[in-house]
Design a protein around this ligand. Structure first.
Ligand code: GRF
Length: 201
């Protein structure tokens, strides 16, 4: 059984595009379908890119709305698409407890640092400015906190040779693009095994 996923973005959407590619012709082909790309911003670059690839897109403006009110609207939208998983890919909003409850254990995020060491935006800047030789990329479940959910997998990013922040970001994103789909595949496959086991009962 394929999982239905909704990808949430706020900007460029390069991770979203990498996942789409793997869903269409790569390692996620048997694992999931992208039922929606959603953004809290009308002009998120990624929305246009998803549309061009024939993917259903939607946005609801978050600006000026209370987190709970906005998330209620998003939950109502999700009811129409019934995703099994919400995949955050550069989605720049904290989710309300009501949203987390609605999709408990089924919201996943990618964070470009070790979430135990650095949370929030600017993780590549942080690693570069600290002069770190190595940093981490983390894929984790999402809870009510900012990058505080259970870690699914971390991979090391060697930035010792990087001479600028741009180089760090370029190298980091290329790891992210590969890693996110690989980790999602593992999560969805485990889920499928669980479903099979339950069905056999
Ligand atoms: C990525 O670095 C991701 O790890 C972080 O936000 C950035 C989004 O980039 N959460 P993109 O929109 O996927 O290109």
């Amino acid at each position: 059984m394929k999982q239905r996923i909704a990808i949430f973005i706020s900007g460029r959407g390069s991770n979203m595009i990498a996942i789409l590619h793997q869903v269409r012709e790569g390692i996620l082909k048997q694992a999931c379908d992208v039922v929606l790309v959603f953004s809290n911003k009308e002009n998120a670059q990624g929305l246009q890119k998803a549309k061009e690839k024939g993917i259903e897109t939607a946005f609801i403006l978050s600006k000026g709305k209370k987190r709970e009110d906005f998330d209620k609207e998003v939950i109502a939208l999700m009811d129409k698409f019934s995703p099994d998983y919400i995949i955050l890919a550069g989605y720049m909003r904290l989710l309300s407890p009501a949203f987390i409850q609605a999709f408990k254990g089924r919201i996943i995020n990618i964070h470009p640092a070790d979430t135990k060491k650095f949370q929030g935006v600017g993780a590549y800047e942080w690693a570069y400015e600290q002069g770190l030789k190595k940093t981490q990329v983390t894929v984790h479940f999402v809870d009510e906190g900012m990058d505080t959910g259970d870690i699914i997998e971390q991979r090391e990013l060697d930035i010792s040779e990087c001479r600028s922040l741009e180089e760090v970001e370029k190298k980091g994103l290329s790891l992210e693009h590969k890693m996110y789909s690989e980790v999602l595949k593992k999560v969805f496959n485990n889920k499928q095994t669980m479903v099979k086991k339950n069905e056999q009962k």
